[in-house]
Write a protein that binds this ligand. Sequence first.
Ligand code: NAD
Length: 481
Amino acid sequence: MKEIKNYINGKFLAPVSGDYLDNIDPSRGKVYSKIPNSTKADIDLAVDAAENAFPAWSNMPKDERSAIMVKIADLIEARMDEFAHAESLDNGKPVSLANHVDIPRAVSNIKFFATAILHYAAESHYMEGVGINYTLRKPIGVVGCISPWNLPLYLFTWKIAPALAAGNCVIAKPSEITPMTAFMLSEVCAEAGLPAGVLNIVHGLGQNVGDAITRDPKIKAISFTGGTSTGATIAKIAAPMFKKLSLELGGKNPNIIFADCDFKKALSTTIRSSFANQGQICLCGSRIFVERPIYEKFRDAFVEKVSQSKVSYPEDPEAKLGALVSEPHLEKVLSYIALAKEEGGTVLTGGERVFLEGEYAGGYYLRPTIIEGLAFDCRTNQEEIFGPVVTITPFDTEEEVLMMANSTEYGLAATVWTENLSRAHRVADEIHSGIVWVNAWLVRDLRTPFGGVKNSGVGREGGFEALNFFTEPKNVFIAKG
Ligand code: NAD
C-alpha cells in the first residue's frame, strides 16, 4: 500500500511519531494508502528548514524564482492525467471534472503567480519640496497554508503559489482526507529544483499539524481555507500573536432567478452550480430563489433534469456526480435531509443514498437532492450543508428576495439571473457577499479579489490581493535636502 511521506527540507520523511493514518478511497469506501500522522515535532523540523531557506529564496532575483515555479507548473501539466486520476481517487469526484477543472486550474494558479510577481510594483509618494516616500513590499518570512478537501490541489496551490512567488518560505498542510496530489506536488517540486526548505508539506490531522502551525510563533502569517468554526479556532489562537490571517470559510450561497432570465441558460447553469463536485464547492448555490411567474416551470424542468443526472463511479465518463468525500460527510449531509423533512420540506427528487454494484458497493454516493416548501429562516436554509442538496423557494419582489438571500450568517458568493441590466446592477450591489455572478457561475479571472463577507471569511485571495497579503509594506521617506 502506498505510503505518503512528508516533504521537509527537500527530503521525503516519515513522521517523527512513526504513525500513519488511513487514507480512504470514497468511491469504494476502502483504505488505499497511508498518510503520516505528523505532530508538532514535524512542524518544528519544517519551520527550521524554512527559516534556513528564507534568506536565499527571498533574495533570489524574481525571474529566477518565477522560472522555478513555471517549471513546477509545466511538470504538473505533463502529468495532467495522472494528477487527475489521483485527485479523483482521493476525493471521489468524477475524473472528467478533475481533468477539466481541478488540475488545469492548479497549473494556472502556479503560472499566474509565477508571472504576476514580475509585474508587481511598489508605490512611491512624492511630496513637493519635502521629499519622497517609497513603499517596499517585503516577503513576510515563514508562512503557513492550510487547505480543505473539496478542491485539494486547486486550493492548495491558490495559497502556496502567491506565498512562494512573493519570496516567502512555506509550511503547507493539505487536508488529511485528500493528501495525495499534495504529495505528488512535493515530488514535482523536488524534480523542478525548488531549493530545499522553501516549501515544506506536512501531512496529518488538523488538531495536530494545523494546530502546531497556528501556534508556532515563527510562522508569521496563515492563509486558511476551510470551515467557519475551524477558522474561528485558528483566529483565537493566532490573534494574540498578531499573525497576519487570511480566512476563506463556509458559505450558504443564494441563486436568484428572475422571471425575465434566459431560461435555458439559467436552468443548465443552476444544475452545475448546485451539483458540480457533488455540491462540495464553496461557491455552489444551495438556496435557489425563483420569481413566482416562472417558479413552477423552472422547478419542474430543474427536477426533471436533475433526476436524470447520472451518479456513478469517478472513472465513468458519463458520471455527473461521483462519491461524497467521506462516510462522516455523507452522514452529515443525510442528517440535513432528515432535518429538512422535519422542518416541513418536501423532497422533490433525490434524498437517498445510491448503492453501486461490485467494487463500488461500499462507496459514499448520494442522489442529487432538491427540497421545496421550507421557510427561508429554518436551519436547513441557514446552515452550510456542503453536499448535493439544494432548496428551492418562490419570491414575489426584489426586496423580499434580497431579505431572504441576505438572511444567513454567510456571505461568500451569489448568482443573479436577469436580462434587466439595471436590476442586475441593483441586486448585485445589495447582496451581502464577496462575489456576485450575473448570468454566469464560476467564471474565474485570477486577477479578481476572491473571498467572503460576514462568517465567510476575512481578507481576499487572488491577484495582487494575494501578493499584498504575503508581503509586508515598509514605507521609506527620504528628505529632499
Ligand atoms: P475543515 O475546517 O474541517 O478543515 C480545513 C483544513 O483545516 C484541513 O486541512 C484540516 O486538517 C485543518 N484543520 C482542522 N482543524 C484544525 C485546527 N484546529 N487548527 C488548524 N487547522 C485545522 O474544513 P473541510 O471540511 O476540510 O472543508 C470544508 C469547508 O471548507 C466548508 O465549510 C467549505 O465551505 C469551506 N471552503 C471554503 C472555501 C472558500 O474559499 N471560502 C473554499 C473551499 C472550502
